[in-house]
Write a protein that binds this ligand. Structure first.
Ligand SMILES: C[S@@+](CC[C@H](N)C(=O)[O-])C[C@H]1O[C@@H](n2cnc3c(N)ncnc32)[C@H](O)[C@@H]1O
Length: 404
Protein backbone atom coordinates (compact mmCIF):
# COMPACT_ATOMS: atom_id res chain seq x y z
CA UNK A 1 0.00 0.00 0.00
CA UNK A 2 2.77 2.42 0.96
CA UNK A 3 5.44 1.43 -1.55
CA UNK A 4 5.68 4.87 -3.16
CA UNK A 5 4.55 7.91 -1.22
CA UNK A 6 7.11 10.42 -2.46
CA UNK A 7 4.70 12.35 -4.73
CA UNK A 8 7.60 14.55 -5.74
CA UNK A 9 5.58 16.27 -8.48
CA UNK A 10 2.65 17.11 -6.20
CA UNK A 11 2.08 20.85 -5.97
CA UNK A 12 -0.33 21.97 -3.29
CA UNK A 13 -1.18 25.09 -5.26
CA UNK A 14 -2.91 22.95 -7.90
CA UNK A 15 -5.61 21.66 -5.55
CA UNK A 16 -7.96 22.95 -2.84
CA UNK A 17 -5.33 22.55 -0.11
CA UNK A 18 -3.14 25.21 -1.71
CA UNK A 19 -5.86 27.85 -1.33
CA UNK A 20 -5.05 28.53 2.33
CA UNK A 21 -2.06 28.30 4.63
CA UNK A 22 -2.15 26.19 7.82
CA UNK A 23 0.86 24.80 9.69
CA UNK A 24 2.14 21.21 9.44
CA UNK A 25 -0.49 19.87 7.08
CA UNK A 26 -0.57 16.30 5.79
CA UNK A 27 0.31 15.60 2.16
CA UNK A 28 -3.03 15.19 0.37
CA UNK A 29 -2.10 12.52 -2.25
CA UNK A 30 -0.55 10.33 0.45
CA UNK A 31 -3.76 10.40 2.48
CA UNK A 32 -5.84 9.86 -0.66
CA UNK A 33 -3.78 6.85 -1.72
CA UNK A 34 -4.05 5.20 1.71
CA UNK A 35 -7.75 5.94 2.03
CA UNK A 36 -8.39 4.86 -1.56
CA UNK A 37 -6.64 1.52 -1.06
CA UNK A 38 -8.49 0.78 2.17
CA UNK A 39 -11.89 2.06 1.03
CA UNK A 40 -11.72 -0.01 -2.17
CA UNK A 41 -10.87 -3.21 -0.28
CA UNK A 42 -13.11 -2.86 2.74
CA UNK A 43 -16.63 -1.64 3.25
CA UNK A 44 -15.77 1.78 4.70
CA UNK A 45 -18.58 4.24 5.43
CA UNK A 46 -17.23 6.46 8.19
CA UNK A 47 -13.99 8.36 8.83
CA UNK A 48 -12.75 10.23 11.89
CA UNK A 49 -9.94 12.79 12.14
CA UNK A 50 -9.61 13.84 15.80
CA UNK A 51 -7.04 16.60 15.00
CA UNK A 52 -8.35 17.65 11.59
CA UNK A 53 -6.33 20.90 11.22
CA UNK A 54 -6.96 22.18 7.70
CA UNK A 55 -9.09 19.12 6.87
CA UNK A 56 -6.74 17.39 4.42
CA UNK A 57 -7.79 13.82 5.26
CA UNK A 58 -11.51 14.55 5.60
CA UNK A 59 -11.60 16.40 2.29
CA UNK A 60 -9.67 13.62 0.51
CA UNK A 61 -12.09 11.03 1.92
CA UNK A 62 -14.98 13.12 0.60
CA UNK A 63 -13.29 13.26 -2.84
CA UNK A 64 -13.14 9.46 -2.90
CA UNK A 65 -16.69 8.93 -1.78
CA UNK A 66 -19.03 11.92 -1.54
CA UNK A 67 -21.51 10.25 0.84
CA UNK A 68 -18.83 9.11 3.31
CA UNK A 69 -19.71 10.02 6.91
CA UNK A 70 -16.96 12.44 7.98
CA UNK A 71 -16.31 13.40 11.60
CA UNK A 72 -13.56 15.71 12.80
CA UNK A 73 -12.41 17.65 15.81
CA UNK A 74 -9.98 20.49 16.42
CA UNK A 75 -9.45 22.87 19.32
CA UNK A 76 -8.56 25.75 17.00
CA UNK A 77 -11.54 27.77 15.64
CA UNK A 78 -9.57 28.70 12.50
CA UNK A 79 -8.96 25.00 11.71
CA UNK A 80 -12.70 24.47 12.20
CA UNK A 81 -13.56 27.29 9.77
CA UNK A 82 -11.04 26.15 7.14
CA UNK A 83 -12.26 22.54 7.19
CA UNK A 84 -15.93 23.54 7.22
CA UNK A 85 -15.40 25.68 4.10
CA UNK A 86 -13.49 22.90 2.31
CA UNK A 87 -16.34 20.46 3.01
CA UNK A 88 -19.40 22.65 2.53
CA UNK A 89 -18.10 24.67 -0.44
CA UNK A 90 -19.82 27.80 -1.76
CA UNK A 91 -23.31 28.52 -3.11
CA UNK A 92 -24.09 28.95 -6.81
CA UNK A 93 -24.33 32.71 -6.26
CA UNK A 94 -20.68 33.01 -5.32
CA UNK A 95 -19.72 35.21 -8.28
CA UNK A 96 -22.58 37.64 -7.70
CA UNK A 97 -21.53 37.82 -4.02
CA UNK A 98 -17.96 38.62 -5.10
CA UNK A 99 -19.42 41.44 -7.24
CA UNK A 100 -21.40 42.65 -4.21
CA UNK A 101 -18.19 42.85 -2.20
CA UNK A 102 -16.49 44.78 -4.98
CA UNK A 103 -19.42 47.23 -5.16
CA UNK A 104 -19.44 47.69 -1.38
CA UNK A 105 -15.72 48.43 -1.40
CA UNK A 106 -16.20 51.10 -4.08
CA UNK A 107 -19.22 52.60 -2.33
CA UNK A 108 -19.43 51.47 1.28
CA UNK A 109 -22.72 51.96 3.22
CA UNK A 110 -20.87 51.84 6.48
CA UNK A 111 -17.40 50.84 7.66
CA UNK A 112 -17.31 49.06 11.02
CA UNK A 113 -14.16 49.94 12.92
CA UNK A 114 -12.49 47.03 14.56
CA UNK A 115 -9.66 46.52 16.97
CA UNK A 116 -7.96 43.89 19.12
CA UNK A 117 -5.04 43.87 21.56
CA UNK A 118 -1.84 45.11 19.88
CA UNK A 119 -3.48 45.56 16.48
CA UNK A 120 -1.02 48.39 15.63
CA UNK A 121 1.91 46.10 16.23
CA UNK A 122 0.71 43.54 13.69
CA UNK A 123 -0.88 45.76 11.02
CA UNK A 124 0.15 49.12 9.53
CA UNK A 125 -2.60 51.76 9.94
CA UNK A 126 -3.51 51.79 6.21
CA UNK A 127 -3.77 47.97 6.33
CA UNK A 128 -6.15 48.26 9.32
CA UNK A 129 -8.31 50.65 7.23
CA UNK A 130 -8.37 48.27 4.26
CA UNK A 131 -9.19 45.31 6.50
CA UNK A 132 -12.01 47.25 8.19
CA UNK A 133 -13.49 48.10 4.79
CA UNK A 134 -13.21 44.56 3.43
CA UNK A 135 -14.49 43.10 6.70
CA UNK A 136 -17.59 45.35 6.50
CA UNK A 137 -18.20 44.28 2.89
CA UNK A 138 -18.01 40.58 3.85
CA UNK A 139 -20.31 41.10 6.87
CA UNK A 140 -22.89 42.40 4.37
CA UNK A 141 -23.10 39.01 2.56
CA UNK A 142 -26.22 37.00 3.45
CA UNK A 143 -25.24 33.50 2.35
CA UNK A 144 -23.52 31.74 5.29
CA UNK A 145 -21.55 29.44 3.00
CA UNK A 146 -20.22 32.29 0.88
CA UNK A 147 -19.48 34.52 3.86
CA UNK A 148 -17.43 31.74 5.50
CA UNK A 149 -15.59 31.22 2.21
CA UNK A 150 -14.71 34.91 2.20
CA UNK A 151 -13.33 34.70 5.78
CA UNK A 152 -11.33 31.68 4.66
CA UNK A 153 -9.77 33.68 1.81
CA UNK A 154 -9.28 36.68 4.10
CA UNK A 155 -7.33 34.54 6.60
CA UNK A 156 -4.65 34.00 3.97
CA UNK A 157 -4.64 37.61 2.82
CA UNK A 158 -4.24 38.79 6.42
CA UNK A 159 -1.12 36.77 6.95
CA UNK A 160 0.65 38.21 3.90
CA UNK A 161 -0.31 41.82 4.66
CA UNK A 162 0.60 41.75 8.33
CA UNK A 163 3.81 42.78 10.05
CA UNK A 164 4.71 39.20 10.96
CA UNK A 165 7.41 37.31 9.09
CA UNK A 166 6.34 34.62 6.63
CA UNK A 167 9.41 32.54 7.47
CA UNK A 168 7.88 31.20 10.69
CA UNK A 169 4.45 30.15 11.99
CA UNK A 170 5.06 32.11 15.19
CA UNK A 171 4.13 35.79 15.31
CA UNK A 172 7.51 37.42 14.83
CA UNK A 173 7.70 41.09 13.87
CA UNK A 174 9.40 42.12 10.61
CA UNK A 175 12.13 44.74 10.56
CA UNK A 176 10.91 48.36 10.65
CA UNK A 177 12.08 49.27 7.15
CA UNK A 178 10.50 46.11 5.69
CA UNK A 179 7.17 47.06 7.28
CA UNK A 180 7.39 50.61 5.96
CA UNK A 181 8.09 49.44 2.42
CA UNK A 182 5.49 46.68 2.23
CA UNK A 183 2.75 47.05 -0.38
CA UNK A 184 -0.82 47.11 0.92
CA UNK A 185 -2.40 44.33 -1.12
CA UNK A 186 -5.41 43.57 1.06
CA UNK A 187 -8.24 44.39 -1.35
CA UNK A 188 -6.64 43.34 -4.65
CA UNK A 189 -5.24 40.13 -3.29
CA UNK A 190 -8.56 39.24 -1.65
CA UNK A 191 -10.61 39.85 -4.80
CA UNK A 192 -8.24 38.00 -7.08
CA UNK A 193 -7.99 34.97 -4.75
CA UNK A 194 -11.76 34.88 -4.12
CA UNK A 195 -12.37 34.78 -7.91
CA UNK A 196 -9.51 32.43 -8.74
CA UNK A 197 -10.37 29.76 -6.15
CA UNK A 198 -14.19 29.80 -6.16
CA UNK A 199 -14.45 26.97 -8.73
CA UNK A 200 -12.58 24.62 -6.40
CA UNK A 201 -15.42 24.95 -3.86
CA UNK A 202 -18.44 24.04 -6.00
CA UNK A 203 -19.14 20.75 -4.18
CA UNK A 204 -21.06 20.12 -0.98
CA UNK A 205 -20.67 17.34 1.57
CA UNK A 206 -24.04 16.63 3.19
CA UNK A 207 -22.61 14.23 5.71
CA UNK A 208 -20.08 15.79 8.06
CA UNK A 209 -19.80 16.78 11.71
CA UNK A 210 -17.00 19.01 12.99
CA UNK A 211 -16.44 19.50 16.70
CA UNK A 212 -14.66 22.72 17.71
CA UNK A 213 -13.43 21.43 21.02
CA UNK A 214 -10.65 19.78 22.96
CA UNK A 215 -10.56 16.18 21.73
CA UNK A 216 -10.65 14.97 25.35
CA UNK A 217 -14.09 16.53 25.83
CA UNK A 218 -15.37 14.88 22.65
CA UNK A 219 -13.86 11.42 22.34
CA UNK A 220 -15.09 10.07 25.69
CA UNK A 221 -18.68 10.65 24.54
CA UNK A 222 -18.23 8.67 21.30
CA UNK A 223 -19.47 5.06 21.30
CA UNK A 224 -17.20 2.05 20.83
CA UNK A 225 -16.38 1.15 17.19
CA UNK A 226 -18.16 4.25 15.87
CA UNK A 227 -15.76 4.79 12.93
CA UNK A 228 -14.40 2.40 10.30
CA UNK A 229 -11.17 4.40 9.95
CA UNK A 230 -9.48 7.02 12.06
CA UNK A 231 -6.84 8.97 10.18
CA UNK A 232 -4.89 11.78 11.78
CA UNK A 233 -1.65 13.57 12.56
CA UNK A 234 -1.53 14.49 16.23
CA UNK A 235 0.75 17.25 17.52
CA UNK A 236 4.20 15.72 18.12
CA UNK A 237 4.83 17.74 21.24
CA UNK A 238 3.35 20.69 23.13
CA UNK A 239 2.31 23.36 20.63
CA UNK A 240 4.02 26.23 22.42
CA UNK A 241 7.50 24.79 21.72
CA UNK A 242 6.83 22.81 18.52
CA UNK A 243 4.26 24.16 16.06
CA UNK A 244 2.16 27.07 17.45
CA UNK A 245 -1.09 26.47 15.53
CA UNK A 246 -2.97 28.84 17.84
CA UNK A 247 -0.54 31.75 17.64
CA UNK A 248 -0.44 31.35 13.85
CA UNK A 249 -4.24 31.78 13.75
CA UNK A 250 -4.76 34.73 16.09
CA UNK A 251 -4.65 37.65 13.62
CA UNK A 252 -7.43 35.97 11.62
CA UNK A 253 -9.40 34.97 14.69
CA UNK A 254 -9.33 38.55 15.99
CA UNK A 255 -10.52 39.84 12.59
CA UNK A 256 -13.35 37.42 11.74
CA UNK A 257 -16.53 38.42 13.65
CA UNK A 258 -17.21 36.09 16.57
CA UNK A 259 -20.64 35.11 15.21
CA UNK A 260 -18.96 33.39 12.25
CA UNK A 261 -16.55 31.38 14.42
CA UNK A 262 -17.29 28.30 16.52
CA UNK A 263 -16.16 29.49 19.93
CA UNK A 264 -16.41 28.07 23.42
CA UNK A 265 -15.66 31.53 24.81
CA UNK A 266 -12.02 31.46 25.98
CA UNK A 267 -10.21 31.33 22.62
CA UNK A 268 -9.67 35.07 22.16
CA UNK A 269 -8.48 35.77 25.72
CA UNK A 270 -4.84 36.12 24.65
CA UNK A 271 -2.42 35.20 21.85
CA UNK A 272 -1.17 31.97 23.44
CA UNK A 273 -4.27 30.52 25.04
CA UNK A 274 -5.09 28.05 22.24
CA UNK A 275 -1.57 26.59 22.29
CA UNK A 276 -1.54 26.47 26.08
CA UNK A 277 -4.78 24.50 26.12
CA UNK A 278 -3.78 22.18 23.26
CA UNK A 279 -2.48 18.64 23.63
CA UNK A 280 0.38 18.44 26.12
CA UNK A 281 -0.07 22.06 27.15
CA UNK A 282 -2.64 22.09 29.90
CA UNK A 283 -1.98 21.48 33.57
CA UNK A 284 -3.85 18.17 34.02
CA UNK A 285 -2.72 15.74 36.66
CA UNK A 286 -0.42 13.10 35.17
CA UNK A 287 -1.87 9.59 35.51
CA UNK A 288 0.35 7.33 33.43
CA UNK A 289 0.05 3.63 34.25
CA UNK A 290 2.98 1.26 34.76
CA UNK A 291 3.15 0.17 31.11
CA UNK A 292 2.98 3.75 29.82
CA UNK A 293 5.71 4.87 32.23
CA UNK A 294 7.89 1.95 31.12
CA UNK A 295 7.71 3.26 27.53
CA UNK A 296 9.16 6.67 28.38
CA UNK A 297 11.27 5.84 31.45
CA UNK A 298 14.57 5.58 29.54
CA UNK A 299 14.05 8.94 27.87
CA UNK A 300 13.31 10.61 31.17
CA UNK A 301 16.59 9.37 32.60
CA UNK A 302 18.46 11.11 29.74
CA UNK A 303 16.55 14.41 29.77
CA UNK A 304 17.12 17.15 32.35
CA UNK A 305 14.64 17.04 35.24
CA UNK A 306 13.41 20.57 34.49
CA UNK A 307 11.87 19.19 31.27
CA UNK A 308 10.30 16.04 32.81
CA UNK A 309 6.99 17.66 33.59
CA UNK A 310 6.60 18.78 29.97
CA UNK A 311 7.31 15.26 28.66
CA UNK A 312 5.05 13.62 31.24
CA UNK A 313 2.22 16.01 30.42
CA UNK A 314 2.51 15.33 26.72
CA UNK A 315 2.57 11.54 27.06
CA UNK A 316 -0.20 11.61 29.61
CA UNK A 317 -2.36 13.27 26.94
CA UNK A 318 -0.97 11.24 24.03
CA UNK A 319 -1.53 7.80 25.56
CA UNK A 320 -4.96 8.58 26.94
CA UNK A 321 -5.93 9.93 23.51
CA UNK A 322 -4.60 6.81 21.72
CA UNK A 323 -6.45 4.50 24.11
CA UNK A 324 -9.71 6.25 23.33
CA UNK A 325 -8.96 6.28 19.61
CA UNK A 326 -8.52 2.48 19.67
CA UNK A 327 -11.87 2.18 21.43
CA UNK A 328 -13.87 4.35 19.01
CA UNK A 329 -12.30 2.87 15.85
CA UNK A 330 -13.63 -0.36 14.34
CA UNK A 331 -11.10 -1.30 11.65
CA UNK A 332 -8.10 0.90 10.79
CA UNK A 333 -6.04 3.65 12.40
CA UNK A 334 -3.70 5.66 10.17
CA UNK A 335 -1.21 7.94 11.94
CA UNK A 336 1.21 10.47 10.51
CA UNK A 337 3.89 11.04 13.13
CA UNK A 338 7.29 12.61 13.63
CA UNK A 339 9.96 12.00 16.22
CA UNK A 340 10.80 14.82 18.56
CA UNK A 341 14.03 15.98 20.11
CA UNK A 342 14.19 17.25 23.69
CA UNK A 343 17.59 18.12 25.20
CA UNK A 344 19.28 16.61 22.12
CA UNK A 345 17.58 13.27 22.86
CA UNK A 346 15.35 11.98 20.08
CA UNK A 347 12.12 10.60 21.48
CA UNK A 348 11.06 7.82 19.17
CA UNK A 349 7.34 8.49 19.03
CA UNK A 350 6.98 5.96 16.22
CA UNK A 351 8.32 3.02 18.19
CA UNK A 352 6.49 4.06 21.40
CA UNK A 353 3.27 4.25 19.41
CA UNK A 354 3.81 0.79 17.89
CA UNK A 355 4.23 -0.78 21.34
CA UNK A 356 1.23 1.06 22.69
CA UNK A 357 -0.99 0.10 19.75
CA UNK A 358 -0.05 -3.57 19.99
CA UNK A 359 -1.07 -3.59 23.64
CA UNK A 360 -4.41 -2.16 22.52
CA UNK A 361 -5.09 -4.84 19.85
CA UNK A 362 -3.87 -2.95 16.81
CA UNK A 363 -1.33 -4.54 14.48
CA UNK A 364 0.97 -2.46 12.30
CA UNK A 365 0.23 -3.64 8.73
CA UNK A 366 2.22 -1.05 6.79
CA UNK A 367 4.50 1.94 7.33
CA UNK A 368 6.57 4.41 5.35
CA UNK A 369 8.81 7.39 5.89
CA UNK A 370 8.95 10.71 4.00
CA UNK A 371 11.33 13.62 4.18
CA UNK A 372 9.40 16.76 5.11
CA UNK A 373 10.30 19.70 2.90
CA UNK A 374 9.89 22.32 5.67
CA UNK A 375 9.94 25.99 4.90
CA UNK A 376 8.65 27.48 8.10
CA UNK A 377 9.64 25.10 10.89
CA UNK A 378 13.40 25.41 11.08
CA UNK A 379 15.42 22.21 10.92
CA UNK A 380 17.27 23.60 13.93
CA UNK A 381 14.82 24.79 16.54
CA UNK A 382 16.79 25.92 19.55
CA UNK A 383 20.09 25.79 21.32
CA UNK A 384 20.81 23.52 24.22
CA UNK A 385 24.08 24.14 25.99
CA UNK A 386 25.16 26.34 23.05
CA UNK A 387 24.63 23.51 20.56
CA UNK A 388 21.89 23.56 17.93
CA UNK A 389 19.07 21.04 18.30
CA UNK A 390 17.57 19.52 15.18
CA UNK A 391 13.81 19.51 14.73
CA UNK A 392 11.63 16.83 13.07
CA UNK A 393 12.66 16.42 9.44
CA UNK A 394 10.96 13.11 8.69
CA UNK A 395 7.40 12.01 8.92
CA UNK A 396 6.23 8.45 9.32
CA UNK A 397 2.96 7.04 8.13
CA UNK A 398 1.77 4.04 10.11
CA UNK A 399 -1.26 1.91 9.24
CA UNK A 400 -2.80 -0.23 11.98
CA UNK A 401 -5.54 -2.83 11.79
CA UNK A 402 -7.65 -4.02 14.71
CA UNK A 403 -7.20 -7.73 15.29
CA UNK A 404 -9.91 -8.57 17.79
C1 LIG B 1 -0.58 18.30 12.90
S1 LIG B 1 -1.97 19.35 13.02
C2 LIG B 1 -3.12 18.55 11.99
C3 LIG B 1 -2.93 18.95 10.56
C4 LIG B 1 -3.90 18.25 9.62
N1 LIG B 1 -3.63 16.85 9.52
C5 LIG B 1 -3.86 18.89 8.25
O1 LIG B 1 -3.54 18.23 7.26
O2 LIG B 1 -4.12 20.12 8.18
C6 LIG B 1 -2.55 19.06 14.63
C7 LIG B 1 -3.85 19.77 14.99
O3 LIG B 1 -4.21 19.35 16.31
C8 LIG B 1 -4.95 20.40 16.91
N2 LIG B 1 -4.98 20.15 18.38
C9 LIG B 1 -3.97 20.24 19.27
N3 LIG B 1 -4.40 19.88 20.50
C10 LIG B 1 -5.71 19.55 20.38
C11 LIG B 1 -6.69 19.08 21.30
N4 LIG B 1 -6.41 18.89 22.60
N5 LIG B 1 -7.93 18.81 20.82
C12 LIG B 1 -8.22 18.99 19.51
N6 LIG B 1 -7.33 19.45 18.60
C13 LIG B 1 -6.09 19.72 19.02
C14 LIG B 1 -4.19 21.66 16.48
O4 LIG B 1 -5.04 22.80 16.57
C15 LIG B 1 -3.81 21.29 15.04
O5 LIG B 1 -4.75 21.81 14.12
Amino acid sequence: MLDNIEFKDYKKKDDIHGTVLYPAVMVAPVQKKILGDIILKDNIVSIFDPFHGSGTALYEAFELSSDMHLVGCDINPLANLITRVKLQGVSKFIYSDINKIEEYINEPDYVYEYSFPNIEKWFRSDVIDSLALLRSAIMNINSDRNRLYFWYILSDVIRFNSNTRSSTYKLHIKEKNVIENMENNVINSFLSKAKKYADKFKHKSENFILYKNDIFNVIKKIRKNAFDISITSPPYGDNATTVPYGQFSMLSLYTIPEYDLELEGWELNNYSIIDNRSMGGSEKSVMLDKFELSLIKNYLSLISTSKHQKILRYFNDYFSFLKELCRVTKKYIVLTLGNRTVDRIEINLVSLTKKFMEKNNYKNIDSAMRIIPRKRTPKVTSNVRQKPVSSMNYEYILIYKKYV
